[in-house]
Design a protein around this ligand. Structure first.
Ligand code: ADP
Ligand code: UVW
Ligand code: MG
Length: 364
């Protein structure tokens, strides 16, 4: 089956063709270029020809445990979740509308980041908030980057002689999250009700004392839309440095002696290590840690820096392996914990989920 895969991320729009499970074409557009003219999707369709089906990544799918065939009603419901993932959800809705109009008659499958975490243990999923608020089970921790985690589990098992039972998936791209996985199942994760919780990110703040936010709303010159904009678009590495938050530029500035860039990277790494430490505590031991996402893939030096600041977890890096390319083991032979660098494979998972859904007898 030939699947056109659309993966709107917060900094990029990734479009691929996955042919019987293998990625045959792929292109990445900066997110800012996507919106209005939707050129990325149109170009993908025109360049690569008609697929058999389309799979679209939606970061928020509420408590849905798996993918779903798109119809008008589902699309309206997904659109209503927009405010819970403002950097992603409306873009996913927009590109879905576009492909439905451009390729009428083809099945479109929505795949959700949240599904992988839909079975989170209650203690990890709930917030310590008034009971009445959480009664309908909506104000819970949903978790994100689930499609990336799913792929990391599969790929890590291929790279290691024996599949890891207890692992962490550190997805480090424009969005950053850490997930603890036992026997392939998510048991805790750093993102929560929205993809704003947890580590500091390219433009997102990550977790901030809710008391600070109340204080800013009560005393600062900012309303709720202004606060939302600040936390999603103008915080994180971007906010701390006054740049776009692209780590390529920030690391180059740090190397050139820019102190603000150096301080921002220190905060970014510190907050990520805290999330790794916190999430790891849901496992009784650690067999493997996967580093994936754009930053993990392209900035191995930063991964080494991250790991060197985690002596308590006993992680070791093999610098000669780190300098290699492709999906690989980056810990030394015989290390207690296997460290793996894996290119994010959300597109493969999206195609896999779409193929399985469309082959299911209930779909016929
Ligand atoms: N050489 C590189 N190429 C692409 N992205 C890079 C590179 N080095 C670092 N990055 C970082 O990776 C991030 C993109 O990661 P990615 O996982 O593709 O993000 P998203 O899916 O959220 O759009 C960028 O914000 C950028 O800072
Ligand atoms: C959930 C999320 O933040 O996704 P991305 O890293 O692709 O922006
Ligand atoms: Mg992404």
């Amino acid at each position: 089956m030939r699947i056109l895969v659309l993966n709107p991320g917060s900094s990029s729009m990734k479009v691929s063709i996955v042919d019987n499970g293998a990625v045959s074409h792929t292109a990445v557009w900066p997110a800012a270029d996507v919106g209005g003219d939707e050129s990325a999707v149109r170009e993908g369709i025109e360049r690569w020809g008609r697929p058999d089906a389309i799979a679209v990544r939606f970061v928020h799918g509420g408590s849905r445990p798996g993918p779903a065939l798109v119809d008008d009603e589902l699309l309206r419901w997904l659109d209503r979740l927009g405010p819970l993932a403002p950097l992603h959800q409306s873009l996913s809705v927009e590109v879905t509308r576009l492909v439905r109009a451009s390729l009428p008659g083809l099945p479109v499958v929505a795949c959700f980041d949240t599904s992988f975490h839909s079975g989170l243990p209650d203690a990890a999923a709930r917030y310590a908030l008034p009971r009445a608020w959480t009664a309908q089970n909506r104000l819970r921790r949903y978790g994100f980057h689930g499609l990336s985690c799913q792929y990391a589990v599969r790929r890590c098992a291929e790279l290691l002689a024996s599949p890891p039972v207890r692992m962490l998936c550190c997805h480090i791209g424009a969005g950053v999250s850490v997930t603890a996985i036992r026997h392939g199942v998510s048991v805790d994760t750093s993102m929560g009700f929205t993809p704003l919780e947890g580590a500091a990110m390219a433009t997102r703040s990550g977790s901030v004392d809710p008391g600070l936010l109340l204080h800013v709303l009560a005393t600062g010159d900012v309303d709720v839309p202004g606060l939302r904009d600040a936390l999603y678009h103008r915080s994180g590495l971007a906010g701390m440095t006054g740049t776009t938050g692209d780590l390529r530029d920030i690391l180059a500035a740090r190397a050139a002696g820019d102190q603000a860039a150096g301080a921002a990277v220190a905060v970014y790494l510190h907050r990520l290590r805290r999330e790794i430490g916190a999430v790891a505590m849901s496992l009784d031991r650690l067999d493997a840690v996967v580093f994936t996402g754009g930053v993990a893939e392209h900035q191995p030096g930063l991964i080494a820096e991250l790991v060197h600041g985690l002596p308590l977890l006993g992680l070791e890096i093999d610098t000669s392996r780190l300098a290699g390319t492709g999906d690989r083991l980056i810990s030394p032979p015989g290390a207690a914990v296997s460290l793996c660098a894996i290119a994010a494979g959300e597109d493969v998972e999206l195609a896999r989920e779409a193929t399985a859904l469309l082959a299911a007898p209930t779909h016929l």
